[in-house]
Ligand binder design. Structure first.
Ligand code: ZN
Length: 175
């Protein structure tokens, strides 16, 4: 994908997420990931950097439009989760999560930063199901396409997808 196309799709994803979640569009830092010769690492976020997505330069060059937007929306949803946890703690009016969700997400994120899990274990977590479902909903309703979902997660993810369309009206966003 050319730089212009990467920029166009990344801007679409970050503006869509900013509009849905009510915060400024996250910045994307393109990085070379060392020790990743197969280019498997696509993008990631850090809990202490709630408006920044790191994206692999190797991956960006070969990603399809759908994959690029899907992955960035997945990561931006993690930033939303980090923000919600912070807002819950500070009693911010924009906080949308209840106590049970706060406790669950908070515990998962604390464990995530302390344990070096394998990807397959990682994907059983509630925050991952939530992020994957948001990403699948954007790709389905806005791009009229599909993301690949790990078989064992499909049921949990698909159960959340229609709720995201209802809440955010994703079909109104056009690339
Ligand atoms: Zn994730």
């Amino acid at each position: 994908m050319t730089f212009e196309l990467i920029e166009k799709h990344a801007t679409f994803a970050t503006l869509l997420c900013a509009s849905c979640f009510g915060y400024k569009p996250p910045k994307i830092q393109i990085i070379e990931i060392e020790n990743d010769t197969k280019g498997l690492v696509r993008a990631y976020t850090r809990v202490n950097e709630p408006s920044l997505i790191y994206a692999s330069s190797k991956w960006l060059q070969r990603a399809s439009a759908t994959e690029l937007i899907g992955v960035l929306c997945h990561e931006a949803r993690h930033l939303y989760q980090f923000m919600q946890l912070k807002w819950y703690r500070t009693h911010n009016k924009k906080c949308e999560i209840d106590e049970a969700t706060y406790l669950k997400w908070n515990q998962e994120i604390n464990q995530k930063t302390s344990i070096n899990d394998k990807l397959t274990d990682d994907f059983r977590w509630g925050i991952e199901v939530d992020a994957e479902a948001f990403s699948a909903a954007v790709v389905k309703y806005s791009l009229h396409s599909n993301v690949e979902i790990i078989t064992e997660l499909k049921e949990k993810v698909n159960a959340l997808v229609p709720g995201f369309e209802e809440k955010y009206q994703l079909s109104n966003y056009k690339l």
